[in-house]
Design a protein around this ligand. Structure first.
Ligand code: SAH
Length: 352
């Protein structure tokens, strides 16, 4: 399987020339998700909603609060980008079931490109008749104000990589040498250089993500028109520094980015500053950037864990360990960040 897809990439490079990292990443990520359900112990990686129902329940409470801050509109639209197995949405909808009017007014749109995962989502969410699927955010049918969420979605959008040397800016590419995929550099096109930070050091890699920027702009435009708010959770950085963050994960281990092409999960850390700038450029209300640990604790995850432990004493240590994985700085608590922004209302978002 891997070799077959690697051949597709190799042929494309042999025909069209060296491939920039962004094109490589988008082709590989699409292939990866198209062909599998990668989550869980037997898969390649585990995400926050797959660790514990507490994660989705608290996001559900956050959404319900934002909805009330908008005056409990009906209809309104909830959009989730990259819903994976659908677990986060299941927990959100369970947690909001008793919020008067929330389900009655809600229309949910899931943005998913993978047919395999769409099928899983349809199965776990079959009891709800107000869910639609689309492949891109531009296709969302908007009814009323919008609440938009994405967990570990932005990291899957492609980055491009650049390095400055004596000959000017070079772009990192994938090429073929002796029949093998390998990394190299080519003279960079001028058009993308405006995205690079103003101060740079030679011989270091800088990442930029035109794809994330386009996505952020589309979110801002959507929210500007409809009113509403967005919440994104992902791993990434809040200071722009040099470095190659492109990573491949397979069977819960880091692996070679050019090995197992299309069979390992390819991601890159999210530049949260770039998101903030995109929101500022479109005059949005930026909520800030906080760590996942801080955010979940501000939303009351410790209390929620206690309540669950009292209700299910046999699961007490399992709940403790899930809590620890989600909020401890040595686990997901620090490296994962939460950010959000809003339009059309004066929000006081919980957790920021
Ligand atoms: N949010 C889920 C899954 C994260 S994995 C969780 O937390 O468990 C990334 C998800 O984004 C997968 O569902 C994948 O199929 C989807 N995805 C990746 N690239 C995408 C793209 N360009 N457009 C839409 N969905 C995409």
């Amino acid at each position: 399987m891997s070799a077959v897809f690697e051949n597709v990439i190799r042929k494309k490079i042999e025909t069209d020339g060296a491939m920039d990292i962004g094109t490589f990443m988008s082709l590989v990520v699409a292939q990866y998700y198209k062909t599998r359900d990668p989550f869980g112990v037997d898969g390649d990686f585990t995400t926050a909603p797959e660790i514990s129902q507490m994660f989705g329940e608290l996001i559900g409470a956050w959404l319900a609060d934002m909805w009330m801050q908008m005056g409990s509109p009906a209809p309104f639209t909830v959009v989730e980008c990259g819903p994976g197995r659908g677990t986060l949405m299941v927990d959100i909808l369970r947690a909001t079931r008793h919020v008067e009017g929330f389900h009655r007014g809600a229309q949910v749109c899931l943005i998913e490109t993978s047919p395999v995962l769409q099928e899983k989502q349809r199965a776990v969410l079959r009891e709800f008749d107000f869910i639609h699927w689309r492949e891109a955010i531009e296709e969302v049918p908007v009814r009323g104000p919008v609440l938009l969420i994405g967990n570990e979605f932005l990291d899957a959008l492609p980055v491009r990589q650049f390095m400055r040397d004596h000959a000017g800016w070079q772009e990192r590419v994938v090429r073929v040498e002796d029949g093998q995929l390998c990394f190299g550099f080519e003279q960079a096109e001028k058009s993308v250089l405006s995205l690079l930070p103003a101060l740079t050091v030679t011989q270091k890699i800088y990442e930029v993500s035109p794809a994330r920027l386009d996505f952020a702009k589309t979110c801002c435009t959507l929210l500007e028109q409809a009113g509403g708010a967005a919440l994104f959770i992902d791993y990434g950085y809040t200071k722009r520094v040099a470095g190659d963050t492109l990573q491949a994960v397979r069977g819960h281990q880091y692996t070679d980015v050019l090995g197992f092409v299309g069979m390992s999960d390819l991601t890159a850390h999210v530049d949260f500053v770039a998101l903030e700038e995109a929101v500022a450029a479109q005059n949005g209300q930026f909520f800030g950037i906080v760590s996942q640990g801080e955010f979940l604790q501000a939303l009351g995850i410790r209390r929620r864990a206690q309540v669950l432990q009292q209700a299910f004493p046999a699961r007490s240590s399992e709940i403790d360990s899930a809590l620890n994985r989600l909020i401890s700085p040595s686990e997901m608590g620090d490296i994962f960040k939460v950010t959000g922004f809003g339009y059309g209302y004066n929000f006081t978002p919980a957790g920021f």
